[in-house]
Design a protein around this ligand. Structure first.
Ligand SMILES: NC(=O)c1ccc[n+]([C@@H]2O[C@H](COP(=O)([O-])OP(=O)(O)OC[C@H]3O[C@@H](n4cnc5c(N)ncnc54)[C@H](OP(=O)(O)O)[C@@H]3O)[C@@H](O)[C@H]2O)c1
Length: 267
């Protein structure tokens, strides 16, 4: 990432994983468009931390379930930055907007999941590409366990929407390949200081213990910084030959076998 100044837009960077990505890129001097939906204060804090790392940026607001608002956000980015080198589609609505089991989910909840993931990525990438020079980087933040499995029943809409998102990553990777623009999905494992913060303390503890017991072989949850570092790594010129992939950034959790308790697997 050496050389000319770089510009990034990261949706949902007011908090959680998006914030970790913003700070990791700011550490490399990238100028950041910090996007938020309702929590302007958190977004301001993130921008403050971006500046503490010697980078700069601006705040942008949009509901990513609304294509017109996504387009407006890109217009703001274009007039402030004039170009874009990195686009990260990371935002995800709050759980009540989509979290419901298959037999009960409303069509509104279903649409919210798809509009915020697959459709937001479709619209966002088509807005980002004209602003990008050759060699740009595009990321979708997915949860690949949810797009491949069926166990966490109320995740049905988001899991299906993430599967569509991962599929779009492959199609856009081919569409952008001639320009040397890579398009990849990053799949974090369960991550601290994210949506986790909104779960009851007892649920958080159960999840932490399960991962420490071995479901994550590295013995802990991820952090927003871990995921930020992976995105930063993929922004390196050295990663220019990797495109259209789903990258698991999960301390090895996706390597484990769900039929066997972690203690027996790890020994
Ligand atoms: N957390 C995990 O363990 C985990 C694991 C795997 C994958 N992921 C993926 O990582 C991404 C980030 O997750 P997170 O847990 O870090 O998120 P989070 O802490 O819950 O933050 C959600 C972000 O999305 C924004 N947002 C919410 N509704 C929106 C809307 N309608 N339009 C635009 N932006 C909206 C929020 O903005 P405001 O602050 O303004 O509300 C916030 O910046 C998601 O795609 C998620 O599926 C997370």
């Amino acid at each position: 990432m050496a050389g000319a100044e770089k510009y990034a837009l990261i949706t949902g960077s007011s908090r959680g994983i998006g914030r970790g990505i913003a700070l990791a890129l700011a550490q490399k001097g990238v100028r950041i468009a910090v996007h938020y939906y309702q929590n302007e204060r958190a977004a301001r804090d993130t921008l403050g931390e971006v500046r503490q790392r010697g980078a700069d940026g601006l705040l942008v607001q949009a509901d990513v379930t609304r294509p017109d608002q996504i387009s407006e956000m890109f217009r703001t980015v274009k007039s402030a930055f004039g170009r874009l080198d990195i686009f990260v589609s990371n935002a995800r609505p709050e759980a009540p907007a989509f979290f419901q089991a298959p037999l009960d989910i409303t069509l509104k909840q279903w649409d919210t999941a798809f509009d915020s993931q697959a459709k937001a990525f479709l619209v966002g990438v088509r807005e980002a590409l004209p602003l990008m020079a050759d060699g740009g980087r595009i990321f979708a933040i997915t949860y690949a366990q949810g797009s491949r499995t069926g166990g966490l029943q109320p995740w049905v809409a988001m899991g299906s929407a993430k599967a569509a998102l991962e599929s779009l990553v492959r199609y856009f990777a081919v569409a952008a390949a001639k320009r040397g623009i890579t398009v990849n999905a990053i799949s974090p494992g369960w991550t601290e200081d994210s949506v986790m913060n909104t779960l009851p303390e007892q649920v958080q503890q159960l999840i932490r213990e399960w991962h420490a017991r071995g479901w994550t072989p590295m013995g802990r949850l991820g952090t927003p910084e871990d995921i930020g570092n992976v995105v930063s790594l993929f922004c390196s010129d050295k990663a220019k030959w990797i495109t259209g992939q789903v990258i698991y950034a999960d301390g090895g959790a996706s390597l484990m076998n769900p039929e066997v308790p972690p203690e027996i697997q790890i020994g």
